[in-house]
Design a protein around this ligand. Sequence first.
Ligand code: MRU
Length: 352
Amino acid sequence: MEFKSKIKTIEWCGNYSRMVDQTVVPYEYKFVDIKSGDEMFHAIRDMIVRGAPAIGVAAAHGIILYALELAKTIKDGDTFKEELIKKAEYMKTSRPTAVNLMWACEKQIAVIKKSSSEINEIIENLKENGVRLENEDIEINKKIGDYGAEVVPKGATILTHCNAGALATVGYGTALGVVRSAFAKDNTVKVFADETRPRQQGARITTFELAMDGIPVTLITDGMCSYFMNKGMIDMVVVGADRIAANGDTANKIGTYTVAIAAKYHNIPFYIAAPLSTIDISIKSGKEIPIEERSSEEVTHINGKRICAEGINIINPGFDVTPHELISGIITEKGILRPDYNKSIADAFKAN
Ligand code: MRU
């Protein structure tokens, strides 16, 4: 039985992009229409759209928007291509860690390079590719979900961190795709969601989308995970990823590393669920993954109110890297990759 999720995060609508505004979830569930390339750059940077696969598709849409704008003033095909590639390179800089963003921009750059110098043809090809990436994302997540469901024990309680759900992708989700597919087979499966300080993606977004889909979820604060593991209340951990190195080291939302250490200590399987587009085979290890440093207000303030003393130091890395030794498996659309990751990842790419 296939699980029908109600959420579609982002959609190309002919000549603009429509997305769920994730800065206001769960208070509001509203859509915003993004009509220019710069607006898309800011939507990604300001996290109106967030989650690695979702920002990849958003960037692909943003490049179409840049193409539509440039076509108004540039009539020479070669100049158009040159200027558009500069915009695509700029789009890559909207956030640094999730490699799906760079991957999707590269896909659009390849389309620009391959197309003739006919401007209308370039735009049509970019639109076609943008919509293809959008549709493929959901198909890939369903495959990840189905592979992942095979390792979910009956009646399992699955702990997740941050939001790697429908709202972090175009739809269905990666880690929450595994939950959805497992729940479709066994409706006694349930989720524990870490709140995910400082931006609360777990509390705000994961609980929202699971509740919307009728999947039982218990919200806990980040510091509680080892307490519940110790009580035998967590059967497995599944999280998403922003960038996976060739050796399996995985960057995901800050706090993931702590969860992985706790899972190892308690002998609980810890899985990453991610498409191959999240794997950056150009880097050997997690040491090479750029970690986004976000504004100090995310830590010092809650709902606009300062929660700490003035004049103190703040550091706010958005992501951490979980070493590959702590990862039981990487659930991809090509199946579950197991250690030795250098080999299993290379093999998955060969087969791609
Ligand atoms: O800063 P965010 O909210 O974009 O971070 C999101 C995450 O860390 C997700 O877990 C990751 O992108 C996987 S999404 C399927």
